[in-house]
Design a protein around this ligand. Structure first.
Ligand code: NAP
Length: 491
């Protein structure tokens, strides 16, 4: 329906982004905050048109779209508050000590500055919160970086509506035109040309491991390599410790079934792997989980490609040696739908077969039945980097598993106790990231205020005349921000 951008249009967009960057990077936090708040207001003004378009394109229910819209406007306003406050630049001031022996100490001051134009790939599974005005876009704009969004073809109309809202906000708040641009591309060429362009300085991506890794490799092959913040593949292991499992098998099964099938399993934090030790507790848990899955209905997936991929990966996983189907939705569904499935395998087979540790994106989870605690630990060790891991255990039992916790901390970005990994709170302490292949850079978060740090870099100013320093670094602290001043954290 929408025309793919031509290479000429991609070049033109990057040129405009670079021109915009030269002024936008110096805009005050207050001005950027006005812009971000105007984006939120304009998105809300789209009202029912946005909701019905997104529902039609993604097959997601109204409540989910309304919730996601709230999250999107919420993070725009959260970043507005952050940059208006100004302390996010992590200013450090170390004043000179001219008479220090044996050599004088120079005056050095450091802060974060925007990195440059950012290319954002809209995510299929979050048509609002991780697409055109999603967390990547909002955090990059907050940092002072112009953004070019490549719309996800599965919800191109929704993306176009949001882009229109952002263009209105640009006009209302007097932003430079090239500060936000929106292109379509159903072919890989458009995305690849955006990543390769010399004016592009960073990339935000959410999608498949194949796509994220391809774009990461492309960015590293440039004559000037750039960072790619790609969120790709995570099966979010859930570890059920034996004593708690024995007590709460049925309750745990109900809560996990809800998390695995939520949104037809199309969440990056979907619990795709359940690890536990053999025994009566695990048998009862599997029976209860199977019952829940039989009651669950197949749901239409975000786009046909995702439905086809789910069906292919599910068939492949179920065909592996030792894998046993434990439960499935009693309704078969059609080829656009994801049919909930749960299967099991022994710890020994899991460890022999790397295919079983791969993401099956959809309403599926694999239970790994371990012989004993040592095997449970070995299975956890065999898993890849993850966004999250969850442990279901009471405090007293958990205290006996410190080495397991240590192993998990190495593997994940977020460790959950007695909960489910789906439902990512947007707040400063949230870490939404994790070691590869969950993301390409485990040092950063894609959710929460720290997401802004992906699109900023530190610069030191040495022996700078006071009058020429950025406001954030002037001795008198005219912006009143929190700073590390001669090793003391203060305003
Ligand atoms: P995708 O196929 O990775 O596509 C995401 C975006 O990246 C699209 O705009 C796509 O462009 C672009 N792209 C992908 N590979 C590219 C390449 N080699 N060069 C240039 N651009 C490229 O993801 P999807 O369509 O959202 O879903 C497909 C699969 O991704 C799912 O079945 C699932 O396995 C996985 N997924 C995982 C997560 C997660 O958070 N773990 C989230 C969403 C999806 P085109 O539109 O032109 O193809």
């Amino acid at each position: 329906m929408f025309k793919d951008a031509t290479i000429h249009e991609v070049n033109q967009a990057l040129k405009e982004a670079q021109v915009a960057f030269l002024s936008f990077k110096n805009f005050s936090g207050k001005k950027k905050a006005e812009f971000l708040r105007a984006i939120a207001d304009e998105i809300e003004a789209l009202d029912q048109q946005l909701v019905s378009t997104a529902m039609r394109e993604t097959h997601l229910p109204e409540a989910r779209i309304i919730n996601e819209r709230g999250r999107t406007t919420g993070h725009c306003r959260m970043f507005a508050d952050l940059v208006e406050n100004g302390s996010w630049v992590e200013a450090r001031v170390d004043t000179a000590i001219p008479d220090r022996a044996p050599a004088p100490k120079p005056d050095i001051r450091k802060m974060l500055v925007p990195i440059g134009p950012v290319v954002v790939f809209g995510a299929a599974n979050f048509p609002l919160a991780y697409s055109t005005a999603g967390g990547d876009t909002a955090s990059a704009l907050a940092a002072g970086c112009p953004v070019i969004v490549k719309a996800h073809p599965a919800h191109a109309e929704t993306s176009e509506l949001i882009a229109g809202a952002i263009y209105k906000a640009i006009e209302k708040t007097g932003m430079p035109q090239g500060v936000f641009q929106h292109v379509h591309g159903a072919s890989f060429e458009v995305g690849q040309a955006l990543v390769k362009h010399s004016f592009t300085k960073a990339v935000g991506f959410t999608g498949s491991l194949a796509g994220g890794k391809a774009l990461f490799d492309l960015a590293n092959q440039r004559s000037e390599p750039i960072p790619v913040f790609a969120e790709m593949s995570s099966i979010n292991p859930v570890i059920l410790l034996p004593e708690t499992l024995h007590r709460d098998a049925e309750k745990t099964a109900v809560s996990l079934a809800g998390s695995i099938t939520l949104g037809v399993g199309q969440f990056c934090t979907n619990p795709g792997l359940i690890i536990a030790v053999e025994g009566d507790g695990l048998n009862r848990f599997i029976r209860a989980l199977s019952n829940e899955f039989e009651k669950g209905m197949p749901g239409t997936m975000l786009h046909q490609g995702i439905a086809d991929n789910y069906s292919k990966k599910l068939t492949q996983t179920l065909a592996q040696k030792g894998v046993k189907v434990e439960g499935q939705s009693s309704a078969e569904g059609n080829s656009s739908q994801g049919r909930p499935h749960v299967a099991s395998v022994t710890g020994e087979e899991f460890m022999k077969n790397p295919t079983l540790a791969e993401e099956v994106f959809g309403p599926f989870s694999l239970i790994v039945r371990c012989k004993n605690n040592d095997e449970l630990h070995a299975v956890v060790n065999r898993t890849h980097g993850q966004l999250t891991a969850t442990i279901i255990a009471e405090e007293a039992e958990l205290a006996k598993y410190s080495s397991l916790i240590n192993t998990l901390v190495e593997k994940v970005g977020r460790l959950v106790v007695n909960g489910v990994p789906t439902g990512v709170e947007v707040c400063p302490s949230m870490q939404h990231g994790g070691p590869y292949p969950a993301t390409t850079d485990s040092r950063f978060s894609a959710v929460g205020t720290d997401a802004i740090k992906r699109f900023a870099r530190p610069v030191s100013f040495q022996n700078f005349p006071e009058s020429l320093l950025p406001e954030e670094l002037k001795t008198a602290n005219p912006l009143g921000i929190w700073r590390m001043f001669n090793s003391e954290f203060r305003k």
